[in-house]
Ligand binder design. Structure first.
Ligand code: OAD
Length: 247
């Protein structure tokens, strides 16, 4: 029964001091942002993999920028939901809490999370393809596509990780270290099909951590979960948190 599962999740968390949350697009679904593989996940009929790639950018930077400009505009309009808020509160609840996200929307930070490990970069960073200068830019929509570097004039690119690109080394090192050392890994709103990020779930399970999956549908790694909360994160996480606060 779902209520028992919420209780089991709270029990595992209550006994833990080292906790990692690993999130994907589903944690932002209740804020109103489309997931990648759900309905509405296509962009102008294209799969994300066909837009979010270095080859796509080389072939047509304006097209790729239109995709990211739209995502920036969408993300700028929405607010963190109760799932983001609970995860932000958990940084005070556990002596070691690390939030690792595949999301680029900045909603975890908007909810107050600090030190978020952003494995796939951020929509709000922009990087020059010429001189490498990186800057934060929250203007949405951008006045000109593609944006150009004020220092060298080259085209800038979104500060996100594309398919075929390496994850930021410091991010993956920090994420792996946290996951290897954690007692509980809470996997929220990810289909767990994009590697190497999804590999973190196996690392945690192999290291003996209890994996809690929070997702209305089974992810590709659902079999690694010791506790499963089959429901939307914005409803499930506050229920777990209420038990933690209460007891
Ligand atoms: P996906 O779109 O693949 O998966 C979203 C997951 O969220 C699915 O498992 C849904 O069942 C679940 N979900 C939907 N609504 C939810 C809710 N309210 N609460 C909890 N879960 C919910 O998104 P990701 O797993 O984040 O990478 O995708 C991983 C990566 O693929 C992304 O970071 C991005 C993408 O292509 C890059 O751009 C490199």
């Amino acid at each position: 029964m779902l209520q028992d599962d919420v209780g089991r999740a709270a029990e595992a968390l209550r006994a833990a001091s080292r906790v990692v949350a690993f999130t994907g697009a589903g944690v932002s679904a209740e804020s109103g942002l489309a997931t990648f593989r759900g309905a509405g996940g296509l962009w102008e009929g294209a799969r994300v993999e066909d837009v979010a790639s270095p080859d796509a950018f080389t072939a047509d930077p304006v097209r790729v920028w239109r995709f990211y400009d739209q995502r920036r505009a969408n993300a700028a309009k929405v607010r963190p939901n109760p799932a983001h808020m609970v995860l932000a509160a958990w940084q005070e609840r556990f002596s070691a809490f690390t939030l690792v996200t595949q999301n680029v929307d900045g909603l975890h930070q908007g909810a107050g999370s600090r030190g978020v490990v952003e494995l796939h970069g951020s929509l709000w960073r922009v990087r020059c393809t010429g001189c490498g200068r990186e800057r934060e830019d929250r203007t949405a929509p951008l006045p000109e596509l593609p944006p150009r570097c004020a220092a060298c004039g080259a085209i800038e690119r979104p500060g996100v990780v594309w398919f075929g690109e390496a994850l930021p080394a410091d991010g993956i090192v920090a994420a792996e270290a946290a996951v290897e050392a954690c007692e509980v890994l809470v996997v929220v709103g990810t289909s767990a099909v994009v590697y190497p990020a999804a590999g973190l779930v196996g690392v945690a399970a192999a290291a003996g951590a209890t994996v809690i999956e929070v997702n209305p549908e089974a992810s590709a790694l659902a079999h690694l979960a010791g506790v499963t909360l089959r429901g939307p994160a914005g409803a499930m996480l506050p229920q777990v948190d209420a038990l933690l606060v209460g007891g």
